[in-house]
Every structure is written in C-alpha cells, then in structure tokens.
Design a protein around this ligand. Structure first.
Ligand code: PLP
Length: 432
C-alpha cells in the first residue's frame, strides 16, 4: 500500500467513527443575543426583543429566565403546547430509528400518517410536503392539471378572496388576497381573480361570466391572517354548489383552521361542506415542520410519477410526530376540550371588555379567537402584542386592528386565567 493510499484509508476510517466530530465547536456554545438577528439574518422579520429558550406546555422562558404564558403557539402551530410528552417520545424514538429516505422509497411513519388522514377525513389520497405554502402550491398545480386534463387548457382560472392568506411562494402570494405580499415580484402567475370574502353574489357572477374557465375556488373556512373573519355558511355552501355545477375544484385551505383548532379535526366538518382538495400544515405535527395535501382518488389520478415532488416531503421524523399529534388531537376529549376553552376565553374577554371598553368585536371558533379593537384604538393591535411581551404573554395580531389568540388546544385553566390577566395589563399599557 502506498503512503497516500494508507493516509486515505486512515482518513476514511477516522471520519467513519460514529463519535467523529462529536466535540461541540466554539460556534455551537458561544452566547447569542437578540441583536445578532439584525446582523446575521435577512431583514424580513422583526422579532420581539426577548429570545425564547425553553417551553413546557403553554409556558415559555426567555434567556433571562422570564416566563411567558403562550397564547400564540407559534402562529397556531404548537397545538399540544411545547414539548408534549407524546410528541417528544415519537420524535426521539424515530430519531433513533430512521431520519430520512428519499421519495425513491416510502417509509412507515408516512404510510401510517396517510392511513390516519384517509380513515378520518373525506380524502382518499395524501401528499406530504414541508409547509403550508408548499401544500397550497401543490393544490393549485393539481387543480390546474385536473382541469387541463379533464376539460382542456382554457379552464385555468382560480377564484380566491380579498384579504386571504395562502403562503409565500409566488403562486400562493398571488392567490392570496393581500397585494402587499405579491407586489414587486412580477411577472406574477396569471389567471387568479379575487372577490370579496363572503360575497355570494360576486362568486355567482364569476361563475355566470366564465364558469367554463374556472378550475378552482380557493378558500379559508375562516380568514385567519386577514382579520379572523369567519366564512358564512351561505358563502361556503355557494362555493361548493358552484364548483360542483361547473366542474371546478373546491380547495379548502385548513392550514390554520385544521387539526382541532376549531373543535373539529378539520373545520369543514362543522360547515356542512366537503372539499375536493384540503391543505394542512401548522398544527399537523404540533411544531415539527410538515405540510399535507388531501384529496380524492379521482383528482389525484391526474398526477403521475415525476409530475410533482419534494425532497423532504413525507420525512419520517415529521410524519412520526404528526402521527402522535393526530392520535392525541383526534379524540372527543381534546376536541370537546377545545370547545370548553372557547367558552372560557369568550367569557374572560367579555369581562375585560366590560371593564375597559376596548373591543368592537370578539369572534372566532374553538381556541382561535380574534378581538377587534374599538374604533378609538384602530391600528394598535401590534402595540398590544408588544405590551403583552412586557407583561409576560405571547400574543398575535391578525392585521392592524385585531388581536389574535391561538394557544395550545390543551392549555390549562390556570394558564388561560393568568394569560387573560396579563392581556388586561397589556391592553391597559398599550391603549392609553
Ligand atoms: N394558509 C394559511 C391559511 C395560513 O395561515 C398560512 C400561514 O400563516 C399559510 C397558508 C402558509 O403556511 P406556511 O407559512 O407554513 O407556508
């Protein structure tokens, strides 16, 4: 063996050892601060002044050891709170078993999760991806391909709604109904029309004018980011009826509304409509990144091998955690518990409003509640969220005028009461 062959073999042997490189680097242990965000990261977020380091249930601690009650759950993501034991167990067991295989193979956690979703929803076929935007991107592509293959290339129009939010890919920001997210990136995808949410007449007019050209109606059952506006039964049912009559697909974006948030596994189950395509993400794995598209066998059949895909979709870690989250959430106990918590939140928020007169409206479903600020405080929702941070409460906005509450589905009674107390302090501080 030559010297160079020997040193090559020695190097391969050294880097094959499973403890190679196990000593943490200085970068892994050096202290970090909030200020580093502005130096190191793309300036697309404006994070709070504190850095969360640890969470348990609906409590989170920052670098200084200050405790926050979590009324945000990410943005409606950590649906079983932080570090739920069933999710930690599923993740660690899977972490010791198999992390990743490509989609040239399937894997057991993905198949088990798909079976659960098919058994408990309208769906017959499932596609896994990594985020909400990616699930909606797939839904729009699938709807276009279905219409193309079944009806021809002229049936490509998508009807969406003003103020909706569907993600940040170029197709999904264009489908979303908030121009500020879609402008400056053009040329944008064509063929998307926005109508006012809940405007049945506008929806009927679109189909009357160009029903043959419409391939899909894309809707959130309740607009979350756009201001916590519930879809009216008349609007959601009209969308279903018109899609069926014109061979268009009803795509329900349940990325925020799904996985128990409204007190049902998916919100459509409470609305008397069944979609052709449903997208899920956020709470699906309780904080581990995953997205999913659910559909019928008929719609799925227009996609063949290689037509769509993603490297990480169906990742065993994500699917194992989602499977565990599904088993906890899809129980009468947890779903009825969401409805009970809704009543407690509404009662507490009404009591705050009776004392302070700060809300024009309190609305929502399950543990997904919007408090619209009274006219005198319009535009101040973000100030309330900042003050909430000071008061030890993680909170969300839904546009400039609505304070949004989207905690864990299993937040405790004590945490609800303590959080509402902190919210009242924040309102006091911000609205003066
Ligand atoms: N659709 C809805 C209804 C959402 O609320 C969101 C995120 O807020 C998305 C899609 C996008 O999901 P993601 O950020 O995982 O891409």
């Amino acid at each position: 063996m030559s010297m160079s062959e020997a040193s090559t073999q020695a190097l391969v042997a050294a880097t094959t050892r499973r403890d190679a490189g196990i000593v943490p680097s200085a970068a892994a242990t050096a202290p970090v601060t909030r200020a580093m965000f502005d130096e190191l990261m793309l300036p697309i977020y404006a994070p709070a002044p504190f850095v969360p380091v640890r969470g348990e249930g609906s409590r989170v601690w920052d670098q200084d050891g200050k405790m926050y009650i979590d009324f945000a759950a990410g943005v409606a993501v950590t649906s079983l709170g932080h570090c739920h034991p069933a999710l930690v167990r599923a993740l660690t067991e899977q972490a010791h078993t198999l992390w990743h295989v490509s989609n040239w193979f399937t894997n057991e956690p993905a198949l088990r999760l798909a079976r659960r979703l098919v058994e408990h929803t309208f769906a017959e076929r499932v596609f896994f991806c990594n985020s909400g935007a990616e699930a909606n991107e797939a839904a729009l592509k699938l709807a276009r391909r279905y219409a193309h293959d079944r009806f021809g290339p002229r049936k490509f129009r998508v009807i969406s709604t003003l103020n909706s939010f569907h993600g940040r890919t170029l197709f999904t920001v264009t489908a979303g109904g908030q121009a500020k997210y879609a402008s400056g990136f053009g040329p944008n995808p064509e063929g998307i029309t926005h109508i006012a949410y809940n405007d049945v007449a506008a929806l009927e007019a679109q189909f009357a004018q160009a029903g043959d050209a419409i391939c899909a109606v894309l809707l959130e059952p309740m607009q979350g980011e756009g201001g916590m506006t519930p879809g009216t039964p008349a609007f959601l049912q009209a969308a279903r009826r018109l899609c069926t009559a014109h061979g268009a697909l009803l795509v329900l974006d349940e990325i925020q509304s799904g996985m128990g948030r409204t007190g049902a596994l998916f919100s459509y189950m409470q609305k008397g409509i069944v979609p052709d395509i449903l997208t899920s993400a956020k709470g699906l794995a309780g904080g581990f990144p995953i997205g999913a598209l659910l559909t019928t066998a008929d719609v799925a059949s227009v996609f063949g091998v290689g037509v769509h895909g993603t490297t990480f979709g169906g990742n065993p870690l994500a699917c194992a955690v989602a499977g565990a989250a599904f088993d906890v959430i899809n129980t009468t106990e947890v779903l009825d518990g969401v409805k009970a918590r809704h009543a407690l939140f509404i009662e507490g928020l009404k009591a705050i409003d009776a004392r302070r007169d700060v809300f024009a409206d309190i609305r929502g479903e399950g543990v997904w509640i919007g408090c619209e600020l009274a006219a005198a405080w319009k535009g101040k929702a973000m100030d309330v969220v900042r003050a909430a941070g000071d008061a030890g409460l993680m909170l969300l906005v839904a546009g400039p005028d609505v304070v949004r509450i989207a905690p864990s589905l299993v937040i405790s009674l004590d945490e609800i009461l303590e959080g509402l107390g902190r919210l009242e302090k924040a309102l006091d501080q911000a609205l003066r």
